[in-house]
Design a protein around this ligand. Structure first.
Ligand code: 5RP
Length: 229
């Protein structure tokens, strides 16, 4: 019988699966023998992993993955993609999804709450591909998605006040899926989803400078290459 990890299924509904499939295949084609892949989170990344696993069935590619979430690390194991970590390796390149991309290639990420590790990996990866379908392209950030901010729990109130001072017009403590209470990140923190009418060039840095903020899902000025279906 298959092991528990082999029976793991993706439980969320995948929006725009055909477009995601297209960019997933493009990512899989970029994989070369010896690559250390930084692997982001989300359903587009999941589909790219499936496409990479298809190649591994017929080609001898010695690759390793550095995952950005527990969920993605379990999928890599299920698909037979060996894992490593930032202790042992630096990514050769990285792929990740995004919730919004503006004309400057500034991003909002973190609908899955994994933005801390996603940003850590993007900051050390020499090349980062962001794979998105057309629905993610916006003229201005915060069109469809708020900026998620991961907060140390005891700092919730003080951070909320400071975010309002920075111009957040709506702040929501992200609820847990399917149960009462807030969502808890893999780092045991909370997430505040903040709407800003105007996302300025300094907003990412300003948010990060608040004591009690672990990380935000705002990615401003990173050298990313957008792969769009
Ligand atoms: C998770 C993320 C994801 O990359 C982002 O939410 C996009 O997800 P999907 O590919 O499912 O649309 O930032 O923290």
């Amino acid at each position: 019988m298959d092991s528990l990890i082999e029976r793991l299924q993706w439980s969320s509904e995948i929006i725009n699966p055909e477009a995601k499939q297209k960019v997933a295949r493009q990512i899989a084609q970029k994989v070369k023998d010896g690559d250390i892949l930084g692997v982001g989170s989300g359903s587009t990344v999941y589909m790219a992993l499936l496409a990479i696993a298809e190649r591994l069935k017929t080609e001898k590619l010695n690759i390793k993955a550095i995952p950005t979430s527990l969920e993605i690390s379990m999928f890599c194991s299920k698909l037979g993609i060996p894992l490593t970590s930032l202790y042992e390796h630096t990514p050769t390149w990285l792929f990740d999804g995004a919730d919004e991309v503006d004309p400057n290639n500034w991003l909002i990420k973190g609908r899955g709450g994994a933005m801390f590790k996603e940003k850590l990996l993007i900051s050390v990866s020499p090349v980062s591909y962001i794979i998105v379908d057309d629905s993610k392209m916006v003229n201005q950030l915060c069109t469809h998605f708020p900026v998620p901010v991961e907060v140390f729990p005891q700092a919730l109130v003080s951070v909320g006040q400071k975010l309002e001072e920075l111009g957040a017009t709506s702040i929501v403590l992200r609820p847990a899926k399917g149960k009462d209470g807030p969502i808890i990140t893999e780092n045991n923190n909370l997430v505040l989803d903040c709407h800003f009418d105007n996302v300025s060039k300094t907003l990412e840095r300003d948010i990060k400078s608040i004591t009690g903020v672990i990380e935000s899902g705002l990615f401003i000025g990173y050298p990313v290459e957008i792969i769009k279906a």
